[in-house]
Design a binder for this molecule. Structure first.
Ligand SMILES: [Zn+2]
Length: 131
């Protein structure tokens, strides 16, 4: 996850994974905690990255409790449609304002730091989450 950095958007793995991890891999440091389960599958930004001794990366995410292991989150990639030639290409990170060079026509596309479309629906604060 080399593209993961502060303020990057990531997706937390599904609740089922978090629960499975907590029940089966609990001997590892910083397993997912029950209060984190409800955030499964939601999109958050990285507030802080810490290095655990041993070299594992740990993440503090906005609006979530506790510390997240690297294997409990995943990088978001999105497909971007070139403004110039209309071809699709992958953008490595959602987080920052970047110029992404289209691999098809070589033009720079400015890609802003807009939040992913489903981000506003991803926080199950009031129980049910609908897509
Ligand atoms: Zn292009």
């Amino acid at each position: 996850m080399s593209d993961i950095h502060k303020n990057a958007y990531i997706r937390i793995k599904p609740r089922e994974y978090l629960e499975w991890h907590a029940n089966n891999l609990w001997t590892r440091h910083h397993p997912p905690m029950p209060e984190q389960f409800e955030f499964g599958s939601s999109i958050k930004t990285i507030k802080e990255i810490q290095m655990y001794h041993g070299g594992d990366l740990l993440y503090i995410l906005e609006e979530t409790p506790g510390i997240w292991r690297e294997d409990c989150i995943e990088e978001i990639k999105r497909i971007y449609v070139c403004n110039f030639c209309g071809e699709r290409f992958r953008v490595p990170s959602l987080s920052i304002d970047i110029n992404a060079k289209c691999p098809h026509c070589n033009n720079d596309n400015f890609i802003g730091a807009g939040k992913p479309n489903n981000a506003s629906q991803s926080t199950p604060k009031n129980g049910a989450t609908e897509l």
